[in-house]
Design a protein around this ligand. Sequence first.
Ligand code: SER
Length: 590
Amino acid sequence: MTERELVNLYISFFEGKGHKRIAGASVIPENDSTILFTPAGMQPLVPYLLGEKHPQGSRLVNVQKCIRTGDIEEVGDDTHLTFFRMLGNWSLGSYFKREAILWSFEFLTGKEWLGFDPEKISVTVFAGEDDIPADAEARSIWLEAGIPEERIHSFGMKDNWWGPTGATGPCGPDTEMFFDTGKEPCGDSCKPGCSCGKYFEVWNDVFMEYRKTETGVYEPLAQKNVDTGMGVERTVAMLGGYGTVYDIGVLKSLIDKIRTLSKADGTTKSERVIADHIRSATHILGDDQGVVPSNVDQGYVLRRLIRLAIRHGMKLEIPGGFLTQLAVMVIEAEGEDYPELLRNRAVILSELEREEKLFGETLQAGLKQFNKMLPNLLKNPSRTVAGRLAFKLYDTYGFPVELTADLAAENGMSVDMDGYNKAFEKHRQLSKQGAEKKFKGGLADNSEMVTKLHTATHLLHAALRKVLGETVQQKGSNITAERLRFDFLYGEKMTDEQKLEVEALVNDAINAEVPVVMKEMSPDEAEATGALGFFKDKYGDIVKVYSIGSYSTEICGGPHVNNTSELGRFRLVSEKSSSRGVRRIKAVLE
Ligand code: SER
């Protein structure tokens, strides 16, 4: 079965159970500053899991592109990927545990569906922890489905709890389904969840019945939801009897190509890292909300992925310029399912080229610095390069420690790796503390302030188009409880007069105490009303259109305030370039 066949089968199964297909969202989260990338299908649905009405109803199904860089070190084994796709079916207060579990079982084992042998399926359920009881209901539904006691395992929060994705938000116990590959158990404690490869995780049904609050308490949600996730690449690999995700689809083609380009005896790890990272980088650059490489946030992660791919390319002695060749393969293989890749092809390729060039310059600068240090290093009788010097080369010049080690070896020396690791750890702890501080300061959830800033964003968007012209288009939006951030297409710096004018227009709308009105309609009707909406691929049959008097009409999922009078006073804090051709505004409500 191909990836596309699995996606279609899954969607048609759930459409048969009354679900509406919705489009996947961007890999860059909108209106949530606590995470950098969309890590799971549920993330873009958070407002609806918390009770906001979804225009397509309460039973939804989709496939979502996800980025997870948390376990980037694991990439290179058989199953971990930084970019993957996740299938999901959603109940927004419609069905709950019973239907979710029985349908999962039907889809996994039904002859016309995936047709797994039910004897090979094991499941895990929540054992209870932190005053939250064990999930006896999920257990008894599995028994009813025919899974015997000995194949139902119970674990605590570490294994059988999902969410929230940010600091606060919807979460709950889950039940995970595993396929026994038939391998010998690795020991007495080998159970589903063990990483030895005997048990392959296929699906996760989450029962989102709690919300984690700002104080860390799990509060029951009025609306009981289901969030499920099935990894497309993993499942297809398992169905086809392949031991690894790198034997299917575009990943396989990339590995084959890398082997033909490589002049060295390749290590599997390097080949896989290159294939995975270039695919992730292509999807991050090719997203309509896309970012370009930089030294902060998403741009930094992107830069890291690209540079790691280049370094592994060097290890395999692949000639320069290979990134764009591989990216073209991803665009061609996945562009039909993700047309944004085709639309953004030129940006993807030019940014990769640019980054490769920049990294080349970084390496030159590091080399120069090393050569400067060399006479002194050679005087050291221990013939070792101190860890802190190797770290300095990395931290200041971006020069990777493996290259320092190579250069040292060429000159009959070695690098004090313990010292390097210590310096690195110390630095990492400091930046983690910094990140935690930032995290605490910018909690974003569905709170009142975020909603207000969201409405203000619509007014700002409309005001910008009035003052700067209709070429202005939203590129991205990110809201915390403190401020809004809005990225838009515009080639020049705004003048002080233009900024004042925009601020005044937004405050006029606030002072006019205009009601905010929501209507549901088809995307065509929405277009006919002149509603702004730049993310066409994302819309389904029915969209919500939010109008703020004559000030703004925009397609949007909400939520918004009821009246602009709730907003207070709008102030533009900064306006600068965010990337080429894109300006970034930060603004607050006071
Ligand atoms: N959110 C859950 C997961 O990612 C189920 O979709 O596993």
